[in-house]
Write a protein that binds this ligand. Structure first.
Ligand code: TXA
Ligand code: MG
Length: 353
C-alpha cells in the first residue's frame, strides 16, 4: 500500500472522509500526539487499527469528537463532575471515561468494557477533520505498539509506511505527551494516565480527584498494583538500547559513562538529559563531549518543552544507534508527572537514590 502524506486542505479532508467511510485508517495530528483514526462505527476500520499497530485487542480506544457533538450518542450518562471539567478543559488534552452507550459503540472499541473513553482535541487540524467529517473518530496513538508515540508526521511515516493509505500532516504536536485520562465512573474520580492537564489543574474544578495508585507507584515499582487503564500496564516507548533512568546527579552519570566506555569501547553510549544536566556532566568529564551522544530535552526550567521533546528524543536514541543510555529523573510536579510516567515506562532500569 502506498502511504501518502498530505497537508490539511479541502482536498485532503475530502480524501480522509472517503477513506474513513470505506473502513480505512487515516493518521491525523492532535495537540498531544498523532492518532491513527477510524470511523467509530466501522467494525472494519477498528480491526484495521489493531492490525496496523500490532496492538493487543484487550486495549480499548479513545473516541474523538468535535465541539457540538451529541454526547448521548456515545455515553449513556454524563457522570457528576464531568460538566465542570468539559467546560474548562474541552477542547483540550483531557480524556473522560464515561458509561458507554451500548447501542452505538461497538465492543471492539472498548475491548468489551462497559465504559468508553471520550476526548475533544483542540488542535486545529484535528478539529478540522472532526468537523469536516462530522464523525466520531476512534484513535490510538499512531505508533506501532511499544514504540514512542509519534509527535510529527515523519514519526508516523516511520512506523506506518505501507500499512495505511493517508497521513494528514499538521506539523509538530504542541503538548507532546498523550492526554490526561480521568475516570468518572467510580465513586472517586481518578487520573488513570497523567498528561498535559495536571492533577493540580483538575483539582480546581474537581477537588476529590486523585492519581490511580498504579500511576503513583512509578516511585516504587510494585507489580501487585494493576492499572485501571488497560494500556498502562504495558512497557512502552522503549528505545532499542538499554535505558537507565536515574535520580543520580550529573557527576555520577558522567562517571558511569566513563566506566561503560572503559569496559566496552565499542558501545555507543549517551544521555537523554536537560541542557543544565549535560553542562554539568561535561564539567565533570570534558572528554564525554566527543565520546558520548547527548540527546537534549531542552532546559529543565521549562517542563512543557521537556514533555514536547520526550518522544522525539527516545526515537532519536534509536536513530543514533545508542546501545546504552542514561535518562535524567525530573521532578514530578505539574506536567513532570506525565513526563516521568512515560520516561519510566521507556526505561529498562530505574535507579532511585
Ligand atoms: O492524547 C491521546 O489520548 C492520544 C491522541 C491520539 O488522542 N491517544 C492515545 O490513545 O493516547 P492510546 O490508544 O494510545 O491510549 C489510550 C489509553 C490506553 O491506555 C487505554 O487502555 C485507555 O486509554 N482507555 C481507553 N478506553 C478506556 C476505558 N474505557 N477505561 C479505561 N481506560 C481506557
Ligand atoms: Mg498509545
Amino acid at each position: 500500500m502506498n502511504t501518502e502524506i498530505m497537508p490539511i486542505t479541502p482536498e485532503s479532508l475530502e480524501k480522509a472522509k472517503n477513506l474513513l467511510l470505506e473502513g480505512q485508517v487515516v493518521a491525523f495530528p492532535t495537540e498531544t500526539v498523532y492518532g491513527l483514526g477510524a470511523y467509530a462505527y466501522s467494525e472494519e476500520g477498528i480491526q484495521r487499527i489493531y492490525e496496523a499497530k500490532g496492538r493487543p485487542s484487550d486495549n480499548p480506544l479513545i473516541v474523538h469528537i468535535a465541539p457540538g457533538f451529541d454526547l448521548s450518542a456515545i455515553a449513556r450518562e454524563v457522570p457528576a463532575g464531568a460538566d465542570a471539567l468539559m467546560a474548562r478543559f474541552w477542547p483540550g488534552p483531557m480524556t473522560l471515561i464515561m458509561p458507554k452507550n451500548r447501542e452505538t459503540i461497538p465492543d471492539s472499541v472498548t475491548a468489551a468494557l462497559d465504559t468508553v473513553a471520550i476526548r475533544m482535541p483542540s488542535d486545529p487540524s484535528a478539529m478540522a477533520l472532526l468537523r469536516y467529517t462530522g464523525m466520531p473518530i476512534v484513535a490510538p496513538s499512531a505508533n506501532t505498539s511499544g514504540r514512542p508515540s509519534p509527535t510529527s508526521a515523519q514519526h508516523v511515516y516511520e512506523d506506518m509506511k505501507g500499512r495505511i493509505p493517508l497521513i494528514l500532516d499538521g506539523g509538530s504536536c504542541q503538548v507532546g505527551v498523550e492526554s490526561t485520562i480521568v475516570d468518572l465512573t467510580e465513586e472517586k474520580p481518578l487520573v488513570l494516565r497523567p498528561g498535559g492537564i495536571t492533577l493540580e489543574m483538575l483539582r480546581e474544578f474537581l477537588p476529590e480527584v486523585d492519581l490511580d495508585p498504579a500511576v503513583k507507584a512509578v516511585r516504587s515499582v510494585d507489580a501487585s498494583i494493576v492499572p485501571k487503564a488497560p494500556g498502562m500496564k504495558y512497557r512502552h516507548y522503549a528505545p532499542k538500547g538499554y535505558l537507565i533512568l536515574t535520580q543520580e546527579g550529573p557527576q555520577d552519570v558522567a562517571r558511569h559513562l566513563e566506566e561503560d566506555l572503559q569496559k566496552k569501547p565499542e558501545d555507543r553510549v549517551g544521555a537523554i538529559v536537560s541542557e543544565e544536566f549535560w553542562r554539568e556532566m561535561l564539567e565533570a568529564s570534558p572528554s564525554l563531549e566527543s565520546r558520548a551522544v547527548w540527546i537534549s530535552l531542552g532546559s529543565r526550567s521549562d517542563m512543557e518543552s521537556v514533555a514536547q521533546r520526550l518522544f522525539a528524543a527516545l526515537r532519536q536514541a534509536d536513530e543514533t544507534g545508542l546501545t546504552r543510555l542514561y535518562g535524567e529523573a525530573f521532578s514530578r510536579e505539574g506536567v513532570g508527572e506525565a513526563v516521568m510516567n512515560r520516561f519510566r515506562k521507556a526505561a529498562s532500569e530505574w535507579r532511585e537514590i
